[in-house]
Write a protein that binds this ligand. Structure first.
Ligand SMILES: NC(=O)c1ccc[n+]([C@@H]2O[C@H](COP(=O)([O-])OP(=O)(O)OC[C@H]3O[C@@H](n4cnc5c(N)ncnc54)[C@H](OP(=O)(O)O)[C@@H]3O)[C@@H](O)[C@H]2O)c1
Length: 327
């Protein structure tokens, strides 16, 4: 298949590109700063020659959007919103005017769309969309507005020959540098990977391998459209999540952090505490109902597998760079 991935240069795109290309597909990435052979330039807003790459393709997976790992200043929040809404709109327009549109458009969304809650998991049918929770900072509602507007662009697009799916994804755990797991492992190595603000808040996650398998599953299943949660079936409280990651890495100690300490840390890392403090309890209702089988449903074994991959990956890179040095 020919698979086009706008915004495919980041963490999720790197993973998808690697695995989909290895499976024999032709993968074309749209980027504002194309760096690899075959990447196509676009600006994420206006129509242009890039739209020709979509005409005649089989699958479109739109990942474009300003990184959410930043300080949530008004300017950054506006950029997070605009980059997602405008790029989804541009993709929709390109599909609508294609002579041979792709048969499916998978639009990235986020598990953050659901409410901050502890009492019960959110699936697509009974889950509560967030935005009206008491006792959370007002600006958390903005992340939900971003996700809603993102999905609205997908719904609104007039693409009658293209099935549309919104990927409400949890944190994608892959061994690549710069991804979420890399950041968490850095904290673990520094002895800082303990509970944050008590650690009762739920963490939803998905192993990168299952994320790619779920994408392939959704491409194949013509009967599935609309929002689909991409999360392992067993989210867990942050204190247990970090305990299992520390055990997998072999660092039993992890200093606990108060909310204030987390705020200082997030400030130092130019990030935001919403990423740490919001309780994301999200489960894959529709995927399970459709018969998707997770290879890594449990975090302790997924964490062990990921740590093995990180060590193997870095070991291989070390061997390659040493060999280059010796030559
Ligand atoms: N990583 C996760 O665990 C996770 C979980 C749930 C949802 N998501 C969402 O999934 C998407 C992909 O995640 P990721 O971790 O791969 O993100 P990422 O590493 O930040 O990559 C997103 C890509 O979007 C493009 N981009 C950035 N700003 C843009 C703008 N203003 N206009 C158009 N394109 C822009 C960039 O590509 P160029 O610079 O090459 O144009 C960038 O490589 C994001 O939208 C993210 O919010 C991620």
């Amino acid at each position: 298949m020919k698979i086009v991935i706008p915004g495919g240069t980041g963490q999720v795109g790197t993973l998808l590109r690697r695995e989909l290309a290895a499976a024999g597909h032709e993968v074309v990435v749209l980027s504002r700063r194309p760096g690899r052979p075959g990447d196509i330039p676009w600006d994420g807003v206006n129509q242009g020659p890039w739209a020709e790459a979509i005409d005649g393709s089989d699958v479109l997976i739109n990942l474009a959007g300003r990184s959410v790992s930043c300080r949530y200043t008004p300017a950054n929040m506006q950029a997070m919103m605009d980059s997602r809404v405008r790029s989804a709109r541009a993709v929709g327009e390109a599909i609508a005017s294609a002579a041979r549109p792709p048969r499916v458009w998978l639009q990235m969304s986020t598990a953050t769309i659901y409410s901050h809650r502890f009492d019960a998991p959110n699936d697509e049918t009974t889950g509560v969309i967030g935005g009206a929770e008491p006792d959370v900072p007002d600006y958390w509602a903005y992340s939900i507005e971003i996700a809603r507007n993102w999905e609205r662009e997908l719904e609104r697009a007039d693409t009658p020959h293209t099935r549309k799916v919104a990927l409400r994804s949890a944190m994608v755990m892959s061994p690549d540098r710069g991804g979420v797991l890399d950041v968490l492992l850095r904290l673990v190595r520094l002895g800082l990977g303990g509970p944050v603000a008590g650690g009762a808040q739920y963490v939803s996650w998905i192993h990168g391998h299952d994320f790619v398998r779920a994408v392939e599953f959704l491409v194949e299943r013509d009967d599935l459209s609309g929002p689909v949660n991409l999360a392992a079936p067993n989210p867990l409280p942050q204190r247990e999540f970090m305990r299992d990651l520390r055990a997998a890495w072999g660092t039993p100690m992890g200093l606990p952090a108060t909310k204030t300490m987390a705020e200082l840390g997030a400030f130092a890392l130019r990030s935001d505490t919403e990423l740490l403090l919001k309780s994301r309890r999200v489960v894959p209702g529709r995927l399970l109902e459709a018969g998707f089988d997770f290879d890594q449903p449990e975090w302790p074994t997924a964490a062990e597998d990921l740590v093995r991959r990180v060590r193997g990956y870095r070991g291989a890179h070390h061997v390659r760079s040493t060999a280059r040095f010796l030559n």
